[in-house]
Ligand binder design. Structure first.
Ligand code: SF4
Length: 621
């Protein structure tokens, strides 16, 4: 049996983020550290910072900011003896920072676990409050996150659960029933806010986890797991990608619930699921369908939906056809999420600095629907890692809104039936957030003209912008624009990854990477030589499409090399060119699959009209 390393609570709590037994097994295996490092550096230069590292560093810095703002903080320097001494002599109002505790033997005895070891645990903050001559301690953790997640609450509740074994030996000291998470504040004038929650809701789950779930996972011969798009941010993404080949994860973007359904139906008592078994399942469904009970009919419907059943195909599922041909297959799900026809396609890319949670680069390109670029409408801009000041950030986004508004005017002038595209959900969110940030900024930082342009961009790009603006307290002073109902029915901004995951089957596990899309969709579909620069794999650094993945752009930007900005700009343009090729390939594949395109792509965007937002004045002025 492989040696197990002590489990760290902060890592263990991510079980509740990924909902994955295999994750726990991998963090407990002694040598996984090397594996992670090798994987994170695979294919790119050594020593580049990863997104996960940047987010961890952002977390550490946020924790320090909280520490520096709080009053009466005592730094315990992660020293166990000093910690115990402080705790015994705790006084009302004190806040202990980084108290370090060893897990007492009593915990293992009571949980009846003997082959699992937990590492020392270090809650970020412990506050002492005196009530009715009793001293209570409140446990808080700091998270540089937009909102509280169940994994954060599990972490704080686990600290409380473990601390109970220690505190009950100290006279007059109790653990409060309230825990809390410090989060960055959404209000510009404060650094953080405390979100409290009731610990007693979580403690039964924590007890169940340590007593039953954890031993079961650690002792299982092979813990259950499923590889899908949530794995993208997991440290083990590359390990599991290899393991997922041939399993039902070869139906990408399958939710955990759908995977569970499918596994239950195909496993027949064997431990491994196999993509090939789907063909047998479908046969079974077809043969028995006439005698099915209503509940069996329901299962039948669910399975057919999951495998995108298509009776015209020999093996009845486009995923099995993709396996056979190693080429992308069109699924033919009727959709309102992709335009039937456009005249122009506006493609936007934007990269996020995961440390500051602000963009550091963008690219905007306008293409004709034939795939040609529109002259003088191709731009990209970035700022250096060594100058991420507010001034540089505002300059970067000012250029973005000026270019975007300019392209909107062009589309209006030509009454173009146009759509805007981003490749990923992340880019959509980043663009929304950055426009809202500019709109709600103090006028001493950003000009009124730029704020007005940003407002126009927000309202013209996002169908839910009124709601977004009200959530961010920016609507009070708007005169609401008279928005054409016609285009609000159709998303003006299309997320390409969503559109292709909905309607194109690839033979790859979990989720689509650019190299998969190039090899299985763009290359076999687009024969025009103008796409060769995307299709042909490049050996020179930073010219290959793989480098235009957001994770890889970030890895290149984060070390702050002086000469990388031109490459960063070019990679955003390459990313847009690739998105343009994907759109073309989407239509080509659809045309090969059916003549009745209008029954699949339901909407044609209306002529572009630029909605004006008048009387702009935001709350903060
Ligand atoms: S990559 Fe996915 S399947 Fe693998 S451990 Fe992480 S969450 Fe689990």
């Amino acid at each position: 049996m492989q040696k197990k390393k002590p489990l760290v609570i902060s890592e263990l709590s991510q079980y509740y983020f990924y909902n994955c037994d295999k994750f726990v097994r991998l963090i407990s295996d002694k040598d996984n550290g090397n594996e992670i490092q090798n994987n994170n550096n695979g294919g790119t230069k050594k020593n580049h910072k990863t997104i996960n590292e940047a987010m961890k560093n952002r977390g550490i810095d946020f924790e320090l900011k909280v520490k520096n703002k709080l009053k009466n903080v005592i730094d315990c320097e992660k020293n166990v003896d000093y910690t115990m001494n402080c705790l015994k002599n705790a006084k009302n109002g004190q806040i202990f920072y980084q108290m370090k505790f060893n897990v007492p033997d009593k915990f293992y005895d009571e949980m009846q676990i003997d082959n699992i070891k937990l590492g020392a645990f270090v809650p970020d903050f412990i506050e002492v409050k005196e009530r009715n001559s009793k001293k209570e301690i409140m446990i808080y953790d700091a998270k540089a996150s937009k909102s509280t997640h169940i994994s954060h609450q599990f972490q704080v509740a686990s600290y409380a659960f473990l601390l109970e074994f220690i505190v009950k030996k100290i006279n007059g000291l109790f653990i409060s029933n309230t825990g809390g998470i410090y989060l960055p504040s959404s209000k510009s004038k404060t650094t953080f806010q405390l979100e409290n929650f009731r610990l007693d809701f979580f403690l039964p789950e924590v007890n169940e986890f340590f007593r039953k779930k954890l031993p079961k996972i650690i002792n299982a011969e092979s813990p259950p797991w499923h590889y899908n798009s949530r794995c993208r941010t997991c440290d083990f993404v590359n390990v599991c990608r290899k393991d997922a080949k041939g399993t039902i994860s070869m139906i990408p973007y399958l939710s955990l619930a759908e995977a569970e359904n499918l596994k239950t139906f195909i496993s027949d008592g064997k431990s491994d699921d196999d993509i090939e078994d789907i063909a047998k399942v479908i046969k079974k469904l077809e043969i028995g369908s006439e005698n099915f009970s209503s509940s069996e009919k329901d299962i039948n419907r669910r399975i057919k939906h999951i495998v995108k059943y298509d009776k015209r195909l020999e093996k009845r599922s486009p995923y099995l056809k993709a396996k056979e041909t190693n080429q992308a297959q069109f699924i033919e799900t009727p959709t309102a999420n992709f335009p039937q026809k456009t005249v122009h396609n506006l493609i936007i890319s934007m990269s996020l600095d995961h440390y500051l949670s602000r963009p550091f680069a963008w690219g905007i390109c306008l293409y004709h629907n034939s795939g040609h670029e529109i002259e003088n409408h191709k731009y990209s801009e970035s700022i250096s890692k060594n100058d991420v000041s507010l001034k540089s950030f505002i300059h970067l986004i000012s250029c973005f809104v000026i270019v975007l508004e300019d392209i909107f005017k062009y589309l209006q002038k030509y009454e173009s039936k146009a759509c805007a595209f981003v490749y990923s959900d992340q880019e959509k969110k980043v663009i929304q957030n950055v426009l809202l940030e500019i709109i709600s900024m103090d006028e001493s930082n950003v000009s009124r003209n730029i704020q007005q342009s940003a407002t126009k961009c927000l309202f013209n790009l996002f169908e839910d912008s009124l709601l977004l603006a009200s959530q961010n307290n920016t609507t009070e002073s708007f005169k609401f624009p008279n928005i054409s109902k016609e285009w609000r029915d159709f998303p003006r901004l299309i997320v390409l990854e969503r559109a292709i995951s909905e309607n194109i089957a690839f033979h790859v596990p979990g989720f689509y990477r650019f190299i998969d899309i190039r090899d299985q969709l763009v290359k076999p579909t687009l024969k025009d030589s103008k796409y060769n620069f995307i299709i042909i794999k490049k050996n020179d650094d930073f010219k290959d499409i793989e480098y235009a993945e957001l994770e890889n752009i970030f890895k290149l930007w984060a070390p702050g090399y002086l000469n990388s900005l031109k490459i960063i700009n070019d990679l955003h343009l390459l990313r847009n060119d690739f998105a343009n090729a994907i759109i073309r390939a989407y239509y080509e594949l659809l045309k090969k699959s059916t003549n009745d395109i209008s029954s699949i792509l339901i909407f044609i965007p209306p002529k572009f009209t630029l909605t004006e937002v008048e009387n702009f004045k935001n709350n903060y002025l």
